[in-house]
Design a protein around this ligand. Sequence first.
Ligand code: SF4
Ligand code: SF4
Length: 440
Amino acid sequence: MSQEKTTREGSLEAPTRHALDWQSPDFYNEESLNKELERVFDICHGCRRCVNLCQSFPTLFDLVDESDTMEVDGVDKADYKKVVDQCYLCDLCYMTKCPYVPPHEWNVDFPHLMLRAKAAHFKNHGASFRDKVLTSTDAVGKMSTIPVINTVVNTMNENAGFRKILQSQLGVHEDAVVPKYYSPTMRQRLKNTKASGQTDAKVALFSTCYGNYNSPHLGEDLVKVFQHNNIDVELVPSECCCGMPKLELGDLETVKQHKEYNIPIMARLADQGYKITALVPSCVLMFKQELPLMFPDDPEVKKVQEAFVDPFEYLFMQYRAGVLKLDFKESLGDISYHVACHLRVQNIGLKARDILSLIPDTNIHPQERCSGHDGTYAVKVESHEKAVKIGRPVARKVDQLKSPHFASDCPMAANHIAHISESVSEARHPISLLRQAYGL
Ligand code: SF4
Ligand code: SF4
């Protein structure tokens, strides 16, 4: 390793995340980027703590070990992209493993370096048609939920012959879970849900693309649970995709466009005293962490960041305040509970577990390992098998536990694990389990 041997190991201070310098020309400069990749890869090569987190690190270490010098300087820079392509920005290496994150002088932020490399590649080389389609969740969702088209899309997605064509022509793996599209959508189902105005507890629900088009019942479950607890809930008046899929693609200009649509609407809600929530942890993380790091000087982004809460974080606040109802009608027994990576890195603890634990005779068994789904990673033909390998330990644990319920806050991760598992017939969201326990 080229770093000074006298540099102290690790840091006792809390990590500080630097803003993403994505508007500077140097951010996209390939020479400057490769220099930083080489510097950080060299630190990782000497450390290797993250070897079992994802495929980025084994890919890097194999490239180093198989090079002529067996050091990072022996790796062809053209191969750096192989490491970048395996990162799905889960943030776990930064948040749970790395002792060299800032304020440590080595200043390692592996996920944001991968994001920079993705952004530089997108700016300089664009993206494939497949990747543009897969990350256009709003446009695909809108089209697939038009009533006549809806039935055709869902029928075709279940047709093995069509899935083979989809794999060969578009690069969507034939065995990957492709979500079902629902008409009416969540926003259509909840359009008449209005605040009573009789309580200070008021929450606006950001439906998310996946929630709106693929899991509309989750919004109905949340409304039932919140209203039962005298929490006013209504939809964010209008929304588009949070931008996370485009962030993972490195298309930061489109992330900015989404931000410019969503943030003023939600900042107005924050001004009116609303908390804002969403049922997909990645979308919550986008507003709580990624947009504030991309737009650190935007007061409206900051306002939305402060108003955004995970739904179970909010319910736990109500519990702490002594106002959460505990009038459960049904015990749930054992629940295998997958803890999504984008929930873990929010550093709020396991609030869904804490709330579900209040239900009598209900035992939660958390699994804190990556599902492998990770946005589009499990769907792409080149990474689907790796995604299955990453998710298999969670699925095996779930199979061993044989709990009557399996749940994850991330509906996509839940469906991916259920698909790999031999015992799960239905993947649930904790909010649906809570509704069931209340008998609503
Ligand atoms: S952010 Fe996640 S996927 Fe990316 S390198 Fe770190 S652990 Fe791997
Ligand atoms: S990201 Fe940090 S902990 Fe992980 S291998 Fe690199 S230096 Fe080590």
